[in-house]
Write a protein that binds this ligand. Structure first.
Ligand SMILES: Nc1ncnc2c1ncn2[C@@H]1O[C@H](COP(=O)(O)OP(=O)(O)OP(=O)(O)O)[C@@H](O)[C@H]1O
Length: 626
């Protein structure tokens, strides 16, 4: 006679398909695991692969779309005390003590037993998890680790056939987690408990499990590998770590997870290219604003190198006459987005109560302070001449800045203070659009300015001004231009936004390479962009050589395009401080910190980067540069 041995618990070719707003989503495909009595199974896989879905189906909290769960030969369809779940968030009832929380299930399941017997069960499991002394306390009076132990005791007290653990220690600190893992291992060994545990933690899986089930990423997650943990029991953490098999097994699991990560990234790439090819980009035709400046390069290069096209966008670049009109056009929706001085979104929020989102930095540095040639005399310090002029002037002399929220405003103020001149008291700072700076210097309306390139070089080569300081001297690496779009636009067109960022990042990579700089200057010089001879544009892009009567300096990398493009909250905090300090925005009324979290969307940048093929940033080290 042959005896048919059947597994204690069988997860029998389970499929799970969810109905979603967009149709159906296949979460699990053909999951088949046979579990023996007393066996401990760990399920590991990346976030969202379907681990909790599987556990819920075994618990009877959810139904399989195909296949089923068979416990001791009987198919199960609903939750029951023979399968208890311990969740990551213990889910204790806050108004009950530790004892009462455990008693709740015990009194219900063992209602046929006497109160003394039920009390004995509760005492036994309280002791098992070392919580006898805390029995009278409420959940808020005990630590996270203790609460998790109550959760385990509450589940075990019902003497289930299977213990289901959904990342039970995920929320705990490493020390507590380690202690609880050991306690759980001891309890399971002593009481021969059959357990199915979900975890993200490779070491936890190897310490506790007899077998590790590795799930592939969804959709249609299936068992990618199943590994028997060849480590003797009872296990001690140190012995486990020192076992020669340990690192081999650990390496295998990590390799599997890495492979899954790579294929997930590839899936994402495929998803976006499918979205593009299907025309799923919500808005294809975009009008983007720029100011004729060298740091408009990423926008102009994305256009000229057909990078917008590559990401499914049809862009028209719209030259703007001033920063003010550019801001107005983004606010009123005439532009889909624009390059902006970094502080502009903060000022727009304060003045117009509109949220402009920035998910990407376009450039760093690229500014200089230029003085009128009247201060460029041999044998006399230009700063002494400037000071003397300002002291003797009947009317306050004027310096040009491009926007109150611009870095040029902050840098000029700091430089003036450093040389003993009080902005607003000794000199006036007036907003002038960048292309009009040199004309105003020639006309004598201003004695100097702080502006982006090529307008400083233009003043030098036209022999009307000289550069007294660059922002490499004043604040090397500062944030300069950012991509700004309306918040409602970003919410309405998320794929378009991601495509735009990716195209611009590729353009930044192109602009960053020194080999492309001469060509870049030629591109920028065209009539519909900067409309000037490239001799004015080249010096600051290609090893600029600044010559004044006083010194000759050789500067490299005056413009940065592919460096830290991810927006960073601390940089904006600094800008915010400047805006408040110079009373450009009212620091008392604006809920400024909260504002920052709405404006700075590094999460969107991360999403764009996650989908970006690193090869697109040819010749640049992505992780170092960004
Ligand atoms: N009720 C539902 N309706 C539609 N889709 C769902 C539903 N529940 C889960 N999903 C999807 O099924 C997939 C698996 O989800 P599940 O929560 O099981 O993953 P997980 O591996 O446990 O993730 P994590 O480790 O982050 O907890 C996910 O893509 C999820 O979005």
């Amino acid at each position: 006679m042959t005896t048919i041995t059947q597994p204690f618990l069988e997860i029998d070719h389970v499929d799970k398909i969810f109905q979603t707003n967009r149709g159906t989503y296949s979460a699990l495909k053909n999951i088949h695991i046979e579990i023996n009595k007393g066996e401990f199974i760990a399920v590991i896989g990346h976030s969202g692969c379907g681990k909790s879905t599987l556990l819920n189906i075994v618990a009877g909290l959810d139904k399989a779309s195909a296949g089923g769960i068979i416990l001791e030969g009987k198919e199960i369809h609903q939750p029951g005390p023979n399968r208890m779940v311990v969740f990551q968030n213990h889910s204790l009832l806050p108004w009950l003590t530790v004892r009462q929380n455990i008693a709740l299930g015990v009194n219900r399941i063992f209602r046929h037993r006497s109160p003394q017997e039920r009390r004995a069960i509760i005492d036994e499991y309280l002791a098992l998890v070392h919580l006898t002394a805390a029995a009278g306390k409420y959940p808020h009076q005990i630590s996270g680790g203790m609460r998790q132990r109550v959760g385990i005791a509450r589940a075990l007290a019902l003497q289930p056939k299977i213990l289901l653990l959904d990342e039970p220690f995920g929320a705990l600190d490493a020390l507590t987690r380690g202690r609880l893992q050991e306690q759980l291992m001891q309890i399971c060994n002593t009481h021969q408990i059959t357990a199915l545990m979900i975890t993200h933690d490779v070491d936890e899986a190897l310490l506790l499990a007899d077998r590790v089930v590795m799930l592939t990423n969804g959709p249609g997650a299936h068992i990618g590998r199943m590994m028997r943990v060849e480590l003797p029991r009872p296990r001690q953490r140190m012995e486990v770590i020192n076992n020669p098999n340990y690192y081999r097994m650990r390496g295998e699991i990590i390799e599997f997870l890495d492979q899954q990560k790579k294929s997930k990234k590839q899936q994402e790439l495929n998803r976006i290219s499918i979205a593009i090819s299907r025309g799923n980009i919500e808005k294809v035709n975009l009008d983007l604003g720029f100011i004729p400046l060298t740091d408009a390069s990423p926008l102009i290069v994305a256009q000229e190198q057909k990078l917008f096209d590559k990401y499914g966008l049809e862009v028209q670049l719209k030259r703007q006459s001033s920063w003010t009109s550019l801001a107005e056009n983004v606010i009123n929706g005439a532009l889909d987005g624009a390059m902006m001085v970094a502080g502009m979104p903060l000022v727009i929020a304060a003045e117009h109560h509109q949220t402009i989102v920035t998910a990407m930095t376009l450039s760093r540095n690229g500014n200089a302070i230029t003085l009128s040639n009247q201060f460029n005399q041999l044998h006399t310090s230009p700063i002494d001449l400037l000071r003397e002029y300002i002291l003797q002037a009947k009317e306050k002399p004027i310096f040009g800045i491009v926007h109150p929220a611009s870095m040029q405003n902050f840098l000029l103020r700091k430089w003036l203070i450093k040389i003993g001149i009080q902005p607003d008291i000794d000199v006036e700072l007036v907003v002038i659009p960048p292309p009009q700076m040199v004309a105003n210097l020639i006309a004598g309306n201003i004695i100097g300015f702080c502006v982006g390139e090529p307008w400083n070089t233009r003043a030098v080569l036209d022999n009307v001004g000289f550069i007294i300081a660059t922002d490499i001297d004043l604040y090397d690496g500062h944030i300069e231009k950012v991509l700004g779009v309306n918040q409602t636009w970003a919410e309405q067109y998320p794929y378009t936004h991601l495509a735009l960022i990716r195209a611009l990042l590729e353009a930044c990579a192109w602009c960053q390479q020194s080999a492309n700089r001469e060509e870049l200057a030629d591109i920028l010089s065209q009539p519909h962009y900067l409309n000037m001879n490239s001799t004015y544009i080249k010096p600051s892009l290609c090893n600029p050589l600044w010559v004044t009567k006083h010194d000759t300096r050789y500067l490299r990398q005056f413009h940065h395009f592919l460096v830290k493009n991810e927006p960073c909250i601390t940089e904006y905090q600094w800008i915010l401080e400047q805006l408040i300090q110079y009373q450009i925005i009212d620091g008392t009324c604006a809920n400024s910190q909260e504002l920052l979290t709405h404006i700075i969307r590094d999460d969107i940048f991360q999403e764009a980067i996650a989908l970006l093929d690193p090869n697109c940033l040819a010749g640049e080290n992505l992780s170092e540069k960004i």
